[in-house]
Design a protein around this ligand. Structure first.
Ligand code: F6R
Length: 364
């Protein structure tokens, strides 16, 4: 049941404020000032290193969480693609917690990576949507993301619910390891509780995104750029776009632009830049100017403060609500999804069942 939407993907994108709210309700204490995890198997004081493994969009959730675990909790993090990890057979040092992220909980490579870690890691954690899945069952602690069934092949609410649970886990780690004090935790959690409302606001940009997508759909290629927490969002935006609209899209960390991809820039190359006005904003703006100086068409996704100083010469300017800098990935996932969605709709491709793709990849 698409609940009045044209596609399951549209329905699942629209559900995000509600399901993220559900996940927050599940993991926050009644007073909203503490993260409560089930069980007692996980002790972030004992853990020296976190190894995160996943595929596709779930891998981008892990890349995002690396910034959170490192910056909030001072915990060293490795992130790996499951199909690489399982055959490289990396050494797992004592004190390593291995964390597997999977919407379906049945992805063959991710499951094989988990089994490789079984007798080597201190503890096996998973972040899953399907409670009774293989990955959940074989973990010491499985944390549900509570997104509800995801039917569209392209992951949307699964991704943002993964991000929500991973952020809560990073906040818990920071609290236990003493890198964030009680007030800082309570403050960040209170911003997090305001996030569903900010996402609802971002969803209202649908019309502006639809117009931008119509123009994007006339191109064969696109680049996505982002720095820091926006780098994984650029990767996610490019994956969503190629998956459902079949437009060739690549993402780079903004700082990599001059190390190669800048050679691709000409007037036929749309460049989607995601950049809230945070500590890295000025650096990204200078990358944007390099793109524009070479005739590239810039679609800038930023907030009001960013738009106020960097709107000149853009092809499309999309203005997002302002949120705490830690929370920006959860918000900027929305335009990444909607841009891909509307581009696919403009091109008339099969949004919910893109060619060659399966919802659950249970074979290698
Ligand atoms: C992209 C997408 C895929 C999955 C990947 C992992 O939109 O849906 O990249 O994220 O196949 O799937 P799970 O999370 O089920 O392990």
């Amino acid at each position: 049941d698409k609940a009045g939407h044209k596609h399951f993907m549209a329905k699942e994108v629209a559900e995000q404020p509600a399901v993220i709210g559900d996940a927050l309700g599940h993991y926050l204490s009644a007073d909203g000032r503490d993260v409560v995890l089930p069980g007692t198997t996980l002790d972030f004081n004992r853990i020296e290193r976190l190894t995160m493994v996943a595929c596709g969009t779930a891998y981008y959730a892990c890349l995002t969480a690396k910034y959170w675990f490192e910056q909030l909790a001072g915990l060293p993090v490795d992130v790996d693609i499951a199909s690489e990890f399982r055959y490289r057979e990396p050494p797992i040092t004592p004190g390593t917690a291995a964390l597997f992220v999977s919407q379906s909980g049945e992805t063959a490579d991710t499951l094989a990576a988990l089994r490789y870690c079984r007798d080597k890691a201190d503890t096996i954690l998973s972040v899953v949507n399907v409670d009774e899945s293989s990955i959940a069952r074989e973990s010491d602690l499985a944390l549900p993301i509570l997104a509800g069934p995801e039917i569209g092949v392209a992951s949307t609410k699964g991704f943002t619910c993964q991000l929500t649970v991973l952020l809560l886990l990073a906040i818990k780690a920071a609290q236990v390891r003493g890198t964030m004090d009680e007030e800082a935790v309570a403050d960040l959690l209170s911003h997090l509780r305001g996030l569903p409302a900010a996402i609802s606001q971002a969803l209202e940009m649908d019309e502006a995104l639809q117009q931008a997508a119509r123009h994007l759909s006339e191109h064969d290629h696109a680049l996505f750029l982002g720095r820091g927490l926006m780098f994984p969002m650029a990767l996610e935006g490019a994956l969503k776009l190629k998956e459902i609209s079949y437009i060739h899209a690549e993402a780079y960390a903004s700082g990599e632009l001059k190390h190669g991809p800048i050679a691709l820039i000409d007037k036929k190359m749309p460049v989607v830049i995601m950049a809230p006005r945070d500590a890295l904003f000025d650096k990204t703006v200078s990358n944007m100017q390099e793109v524009m100086a070479r005739g590239g068409k810039v679609m800038l996704i930023t907030d009001r403060a960013g738009a106020a100083v960097a709107d000149e010469g853009t092809w499309h300017l999309l203005v997002m609500p302002e949120v705490d800098p830690v929370l920006t990935p959860l918000l900027y996932a929305i335009p990444a999804q909607l841009l891909a969605y509307h581009t696919a709709v403009a091109k008339g491709t099969d949004v919910d069942q893109p060619r060659n793709l399966a919802k659950s990849v249970t074979v290698e």
